[in-house]
Design a protein around this ligand. Sequence first.
Ligand code: GDP
Length: 327
Amino acid sequence: MSIEQAPDAQALISGNRRALAKAITLIESRKTDHHQQAQALLSSLLPHTGNSIRIGITGIPGVGKSTFIEALGLSLIDKGHRVAVLAVDPSSPLKGGSILGDKTRMEQLSRSQQAFIRPSPSEGSLGGVAQKTRESILLCEAAGYDVILVETVGVGQSEYEVASMVDFFLVLMLPNAGDELQGIKRGIMELADALVINKADGDFKPAAENTRNHYQNALHLLQNEGPWTPQILSCSALHNEGIEEVWNMITTFREQAQQSGALDTRRKQQNLHWLDTLIQIMLLEQLSQSDRAQVQLKQARQAVADHQMTPLQAAQSVLDVLRTPCD
Ligand code: GDP
């Protein structure tokens, strides 16, 4: 998609999907002048952001994420919502492609005029992809999407990133297995606002009930910091059963969190954390782009290896070079 012309902010605000797609392409661009354009666009749109519920959805491949998102998304559209689906899935160079965000995975939803589905940027480090997803959330909000679903595969680092950019973090599970068998790390469980056991249908039904009881009994392990008690539900995304209950739970969470101010606090903390992360990323970028600092870094590394400088002195010497303007 060409972004020679700046995306039209007004068209984006009025819900034009092409303008939104173009704006996301702009923020994903690696060109420096695009960065400036993107930031100007984002800051002009900031007053129009924040009016959605941001929901993170994770789970191992095959658990039913896309089936679930399609069922939930279609039911929300029926209720009059507008639904955006974003994926955080830094593609692995080994696998050579993205496992998420493929439009054909959510065929019906992607045909709806009230849905917007955007795969992960096809390249970039996790930090970069996460940064772009955060900005994409803001753009989708400005375009009037009031439910944002951020999908990620629950097998790596990306779940932590997603949990730190959403209001509600939902972990999809398979029936019949403990978390160690599901490849889900304890750390992820602690971030969960809800565990939803999918595929609670047919022969899997008793196993889904067992799994649900198992987690219900282990609920104290899930207790995250906020006032919300994580919930354990089961559903069948394939047969559209239990999806309504999941949505009711999320709306209850939202009402409580809005009333208590917890939602606002969570978003503020996330933004401050994002700021800190950005400063680190930008400083490292500056370091990698400065030839003088790279030369100094090489010397400093050697000096540390030869016990001629302490690591602190060496780090200081590199920063000094960064701070000194070029002649
Ligand atoms: P993802 O990799 O997590 O996105 O999983 P998919 O949504 O692609 O689903 C993987 C497989 O599980 C597909 O064959 C789905 O039809 C199936 N599946 C998804 N949800 C359910 C469910 O609720 N019940 C049953 N029985 N199968 C399901």
